[in-house]
Design a protein around this ligand. Sequence first.
Ligand SMILES: [Zn+2]
Length: 320
Amino acid sequence: MKLRFRYAAAALALLSAEASAQEQPLTMKCESSPLMNAFTVFSETGRMPPDLIKYLGDGPWHKIEPYKAFDNVYYVGICWVSAWLITSPNGHVLIDTLYGPYTSQMLGNIRALGFDPKDIKLVVVTHGHFDHAGGISQLRSELAPGTRFAMTEEGWREGAEESVSHPRFPWKMIEPDIVLSDGQTVTGGDVAIQAFETPGHTMGTASFAFDARDGVRTYRAFTVGGLGLNRIRGPEQVEAFIASLKRIRVLTQDGARPVELHLTTHGFSTGLTEAKELLKTRQPGDPHPLVDLPGFRKQLDELQAGAEKRLDAERHKKAN
Ligand SMILES: [Zn+2]
């Protein structure tokens, strides 16, 4: 009896191992909508769907071809996490580091586009989660010795905390270098990048504004540092997120250089993966397919509406 039970347990374990091995990753071709749907479920329920868990594991489906998005801005990330290289003749700026084996893949992407990673003068990191900051120590050792790294004060702190506590993707953090303050402009080569403290996704999240050139036109591009509410520690964090979204919306309306487009940290969130295909067939005089200010404002509105719902839930949780 005992033996039969043990066999049954072993058979069950085998079955479930097989089931998870057979679970297909969400998409092999990097389509935006299955990824967006799965992350929305995760954001709303706090539970990760099994096919998303499988997707986030290592696999060839993460690789996408790097591409030139603007005359001076290149996509060098993987399917589900962006890394943006902003170039100048005197050196480049990199936004975010990727993680695990994908940091090396990113360096390969940079070389494939004809740039030398050793010409990166500055790496700005949106926040301390593994997918954006996990490659920071590898970059510190592989980029040129004088390369600077920048995060907000809280970003440096949360990166150090996350690096040792992440259950699935532990990584190595570096000592704080440049500490970004709100509104500060930092430079690498001839690239100027303005940092904004936009707490919410994490409390140390930074967003960045910079120029993206397209022929004779120069656009003000913006990277929102954190998009989802997947690790919320209470209503105050959601309130901060909503305030940040409102502020970013104002940046698209006011000031000497209003923001004109969003270059996202996660391509599926804006349909970037599909929009960038239009670059290949774009004719002279055609509008730039990644310049979509109404789309950016709509995204901000949708994020805010979702966050307001979540705020009710978090307040309710706290009251009970
Ligand atoms: Zn994050």
